[in-house]
Design a protein around this ligand. Structure first.
Ligand code: ADP
Ligand code: MG
Length: 260
């Protein structure tokens, strides 16, 4: 277990969050009261069956316009995240890696990373150290320096997308990282490289991680401090890392049946 956050620690707090989406002119409630607190030094895993609302939680924290928060709150160190623009959320220290990253044709990885870094820091990074930092981040993820010249996500393999995501994490240096299905589409070598990146991040002082995943596989490489079972838009069970082992053995059935 992690040590409790000190006075200088940070805290992402989600309280009784209700979120709806509108599809075919019909409003559907997806999140039905989610309460969760992530403090510096803690890694939380959210696990649950497909369609339980895990990505909806990530998108809601990110400020995706498709998702309407109908009640509840999200705060980072007491500041109202829901009142912030997407850019302001990033500047406040939130990092959100998405399950379905968008292609940005014509924008190179190098320019994309530099623009993102400038937006987060409020000033452009110094060119000399920046190029070095980018190459180091790519290298740690087993990405060739030529990767920086490719268009963002265009023709990227699943593994390249996820490695690029973790390179962003390393370079943008947020306080709290929300990672949605970071393990999907990865072979075992890529999974280890990506997990190493997340572990490097979480070992730094003052960092929090919310790791969203359907499978327990990645949790063998990134051991969470807390595991939350997510079913039908709510947290149905909470525990430590041992809960992930239990889910691996038993699946989600028990929780799904209880939620009906
Ligand atoms: P998970 O990530 O756990 O698989 P999601 O959050 O993607 O679950 O989806 C939860 C539910 O919300 C599903 O029933 C899904 O169809 C619905 N949903 C999510 N996003 C949208 C959307 N943009 N439009 C319509 N329905 C959505
Ligand atoms: Mg999802």
């Amino acid at each position: 277990m992690s040590t409790p956050a000190t006075g200088s620690g940070h805290r992402l707090e989600i309280k009784d969050l209700h979120v709806s989406v509108t599809a075919d002119d019909e409003e559907k409630e997806i999140l039905r009261g989610v309460t969760l607190r992530i403090q510096s030094g803690e890694t939380h895993a959210i696990m649950g069956p497909n369609g339980s609302g895990k990505s909806t939680l990530a998108y809601s924290i990110a400020g995706h316009p498709k998702y309407t928060v109908t009640s509840g709150s999200v705060t980072l160190d007491g500041q109202d995240v829901l009142a912030m623009t997407v850019d302001q959320r990033a500047r406040a220290g939130l990092f959100l890696a998405m399950q379905y990253p968008v292609e940005v044709p014509g924008v190179s990885v190098a320019n994309f990373l530099r623009t993102a870094k400038t937006a987060v820091d409020g000033e452009a990074p110094k060119l000399r150290t920046w190029v070095k930092d980018v190459n180091a981040a790519l290298g740690q993820l087993d990405l060739d320096p030529t990767f920086a010249q490719r268009s963002v996500n265009e023709g990227f393999s699943g593994g390249e997308k996820k490695r690029h995501e973790i390179a962003q994490l390393e370079l943008l240096d947020p306080l709290v990282a929300v990672l949605d299905e970071t393990d999907s589409g990865l072979d075992i070598d890529a999974l280890k490289v990506v997990a190493d990146g997340v572990n490097r991040f979480r070992q730094q002082q003052g960092k929090g991680v919310l790791l969203i995943t359907h499978y327990t596989r990645i949790l063998r490489y990134i051991e969470p401090d807390y595991v939350h079972v997510f079913v039908a838009g709510r947290i149905a069970e909470q525990g430590g890392a041992e809960l992930a082992d239990q889910l691996e053995a038993e699946g989600y059935d028990k929780y799904v049946r209880a939620a009906v």
